[in-house]
Design a protein around this ligand. Structure first.
Ligand code: AMP
Ligand code: TRP
Length: 325
């Protein structure tokens, strides 16, 4: 039997190349080797301010971009979190196995509560418990995520151990899985690429947008002048080359940077071309899905049906072992 994989993405409306290189590309590579479930986590997205009227559109958009990026609905299960109410039911039960002290140490909570001082709600605080429920509900064994989710995943593992110790072996302990690019920095070079910091390159950028976004992007700060040699490993543009360029181009960029044989602009131009080239099929598929809203609805409905069946099976077992019957 194939191992169960679960991962989620928030319906923020924009999918960027950080999501793609850090997570989605990994998901696509896992489609045939694992039994994969991918989820648009709308309940998680409610923990920060949002416009309710725009939410349905953001959910569909996020789903379509992921399908366009290669999550073929024929080879995995795609669904929307709130369509399967068992997620919230299990969250409550896991609340009782989640150590308060560890939650208070979550860096994402600290960051987000700083970003949204006007709305530091309890959902933002218990966010990682809902994430643990997402994973455990399907007895998932492998969770492909970017490095920013490491702490949340460690917490989910702890909840899993606590539950099993208290109620008997019920859930397998989920393991993280990372890509070569675990954490992509934003164009400013100082913080991770993220929608909320507005330092991102959209996955669906138009061909001419790639270079215009890269043109002013941070590089190795040692390369002040064209003649100053640099260290590719210290440059975010190099990290992007690792994601989008051929071995030959990566070698060209590394050698040229170390010897000052090429300038940063040359390096960025080559990268922009490679990004455009590798993402052209994603843009094409996106257009195809955008023209088939009924198909996208069908995918969502079938995903919800299938996941509800799996989730209910787990919940029956959970209700049994916890004495809720
Ligand atoms: P989110 O959009 O926050 O729901 O993230 C979806 C997935 O993308 C998660 O697995 C994240 O860890 C991953 N991710 C988000 N931003 C980055 C980044 N800048 N670098 C690498 N992975 C990322
Ligand atoms: N918290 C993840 C993020 O912000 C999204 C997420 C929700 C997730 N539930 C999950 C990821 C379960 C992996 C498994 O990126």
């Amino acid at each position: 039997m194939k191992k169960r994989v679960f991962s989620g993405i928030q319906p923020s409306g924009i999918v960027h190349i950080g999501n793609y290189l850090g997570a989605i590309r990994n998901w696509v590579d896992m489609l045939d080797k694992y039994d994969c479930i991918f989820c648009v986590v709308d309940l998680h997205a409610m923990t920060v301010p949002y416009e309710p009227k725009e939410m349905p559109n953001c959910i569909r958009e996020t789903l379509m971009v992921n399908m366009a990026a290669g999550l073929d609905p024929e080879r995995c299960t795609l669904f929307v979190q709130s369509h399967v109410p068992q997620h919230t039911e299990l969250t409550w039960i896991l609340n009782t196995c989640a150590p308060f002290g560890d939650l208070a140490r979550m860096t994402q909570f600290k960051e987000k509560s700083r970003q949204h001082r006007e709305n530091v709600n309890c959902g933002l605080f218990t966010y990682p418990i809902l994430m643990a429920a997402d994973i455990l509900l399907y007895k998932s064994e492998v969770v492909p995520v970017g490095e920013d989710q490491t702490q949340h995943l460690e917490f989910a593992r702890e909840i899993c151990r606590n539950f099993n110790a208290r109620f008997g072996e019920t859930f397998p302990e989920p393991q993280p899985k990372y890509t070569r690019v675990r954490r992509l920095m934003g164009v400013g070079g100082k913080a991770k690429m993220s929608k909320s910091l507005n330092n991102y390159i959209p996955l669906l950028a138009e061909p001419e947008e790639f270079f215009s976004l890269l043109r002013t992007a941070a590089t190795d700060p040692a390369r002040v002048r064209r003649s100053d040699p640099g260290t590719p490993e210290k440059c975010n543009i190099h990290t992007m080359h690792l994601g989008f360029s051929s071995q030959e181009d990566i070698a060209w960029c590394e050698e040229g940077c170390r010897t000052a044989g090429i300038g940063c602009v040359d390096c960025k131009k080559r990268l922009a071309g490679n990004m455009d080239h590798s993402l052209a099929p994603v843009r094409e598929r996106y257009k195809k899905y955008a023209d088939q809203p009924d198909y996208v609805e069908d995918v969502m409905r079938e995903g919800a049906r299938q996941c509800t069946e799996w989730a209910e099976k787990t919940m029956q077992e959970v209700r049994e072992v916890t004495g809720l019957r």
